[in-house]
Design a protein around this ligand. Structure first.
Ligand code: DLL
Length: 439
């Protein structure tokens, strides 16, 4: 087993402020955010309708008086209508991939970029990165926030950067072999791809130099973590963020790995019932709604992320006092309703990992041939479990079907695929294809 950092540096005092001080800072910054948002016509109009001024914010509960912002609001104000600063004050523009419609853009001032680097540096340090390490960045560089966000985060820590970007997977493996980076940052599905390509090149990924991985940008499960850690002999840490708020850096895991510490001095996170929009209890799953407390260029108010997770306010053993969020279980818009049962792709992933014969490569297809939704789960089988005997394969199909029924509560059609059939991701993996006619 490779060795890991055991010291526990915490980068900023704000990460371990007593809760009362942290809350006071959040109230102060929320008021400043309202002041900045008044420069945006979209918010000015909404605030006027609701009679909101900066003085309306006296406590954190007052956030509930503020309006929500949605992806549609960003589209309606395309491309940069939600900016609170003149165009000449922007230092960078990033964008979301636009897989679900027109892309959206986010602007950053120079100060926003500094804040962002610091946010990324905090979770990288919490997850073991130290000056002197080398990090391979296998996130795409471009409009996507993953590449540049992590790049400057690693620089802020004082570690060395290998800015490879995503894709050309054999080259990623060669670079790891030749330059011996300590850590890699990418999506978890891309790490699996890299491990697989390495094996195809005759290299055991466990013998590579990587000791840490910082994964984010897509949903993954605890089983997926175990699998990648075993395949690559490294420690994998989860981090979360979204371009509308800043990019990576909203939250990330520490060595305790008991949830992701939210950088609460910069982000106010509510967890709401997506139907009623009322707060859910601590530890209960709901939609994360995030207010950016320090963004200069785009003061985002109560952004409805659609990400479903739960909040844990307990103080962590690492000494940070910030609230932690669980893994994102899925996006409310990825939730499938199959014959009245709510299913997240993460539940299907969990079920598949419980069957030894399956490889971690799958695709969920949804269709509605008649009046009922149906799901088909296509999953690759590990080579050693492939058989020419129909009865063996049929048994395996039934076993997987039963697991899905138990874990996700739905009946799914299961299709077994030979190894290497599904397309591999170099960024965010596509796990669900919805063939249903548009509702
Ligand atoms: O994916 C920012 C990012 C880059 C985060 C690199 C972490 C690492 P977007 O492209 O705007 O930004 O996509 C944001 O990705 O709303 C979640 O649905 C999903 N997501 C991000 N991180 C995680 C995670 C970046 N750790 C959307 N677990 C978010 C689950 C995640 N889902």
């Amino acid at each position: 087993m490779k060795s890991f950092a055991i010291d526990n540096p915490i980068l900023d005092a704000e990460e371990r402020l007593p809760r009362t001080e942290l809350k006071a800072l959040q109230v102060h910054r929320l008021r400043e955010t309202v002041t900045r948002a008044l420069k945006v016509p979209f918010y000015r109009k909404l605030f006027k309708e609701r009679g909101i001024t900066p003085d309306s914010i006296q406590s954190l509960d007052d956030v509930r008086r503020l309006p929500f912002t949605t992806k549609q609001d960003m589209r309606d104000n395309y491309p940069l209508g939600l900016c609170a600063v003149p165009r000449s004050d922007l230092a960078r523009i990033h964008g979301s991939s636009g897989t679900t419609g027109k892309p959206t853009f986010v602007g950053y001032t120079r100060q926003d970029l500094k804040t962002w680097s610091r946010m990324c540096a905090r979770f990288l340090v919490a997850g073991g990165l130290r000056p002197g390490h080398t990090v391979q960045i296998a996130f795409g560089y471009g409009l996507f926030t993953g590449g540049f966000g992590l790049h400057y985060g690693v620089e802020e820590v004082g570690a060395a950067i290998l800015p490879v970007s995503s894709g050309n997977t054999a080259r990623q493996v060669n670079l790891i072999q030749d330059l011996q980076p300590d850590a890699i940052v990418c999506t978890p599905s891309y790490a699996l791809n890299i491990a697989e390509v390495a094996r195809g090149m005759g290299i055991d990924p466990r013998t590579l130099s990587l000791r840490y991985a910082h994964f984010g940008g897509e949903m993954w499960t605890e089983d997926m973590r175990r699998q990648i850690e075993a395949e690559m002999d490294l420690s994998a840490f989860n981090n979360y963020g979204l371009s509308e708020i800043i990019g990576p850096g909203v939250s990330g895991e520490c060595m305790a790995r008991g949830g992701m510490h939210i950088q609460e001095d910069h982000f106010l996170v509510e967890c709401l019932d997506p139907e009623t929009l009322e707060p859910v209890d601590d530890y209960s799953y709901g939609e994360l709604v995030i207010t950016a407390l320090t963004r200069e260029a785009m003061p985002m108010i109560r952004y409805r992320t659609r990400d479903i997770a739960a909040l844990d306010p307990c103080i962590c053993e690492c000494g940070r006092t910030t609230t932690r969020m669980t893994r994102v279980m899925g996006r409310s818009d990825d939730m499938l309703i199959i014959r009245g049962v709510n299913v997240f792709p993460s539940q299907i992933e969990e079920a598949l990992f419980q069957v030894e014969a399956t490889a971690p490569h799958y695709l969920v297809e949804v269709d509605r041939p008649g009046s009922m939704d149906e799901i088909t789960v296509k999953v690759e089988i590990r080579p050693e479990f492939l058989s020419d005997r129909m009865s063996v394969m049929q048994k395996l199909r039934e076993q997987i079907g039963r697991r899905i029924q138990t874990v996700a509560g739905v009946h799914a059609k299961v299709e077994l695929l030979p190894p290497q059939t599904l397309e591999r991701s170099v960024g965010k993996a596509v796990r669900v294809v919805d063939h249903r006619p548009l509702r």
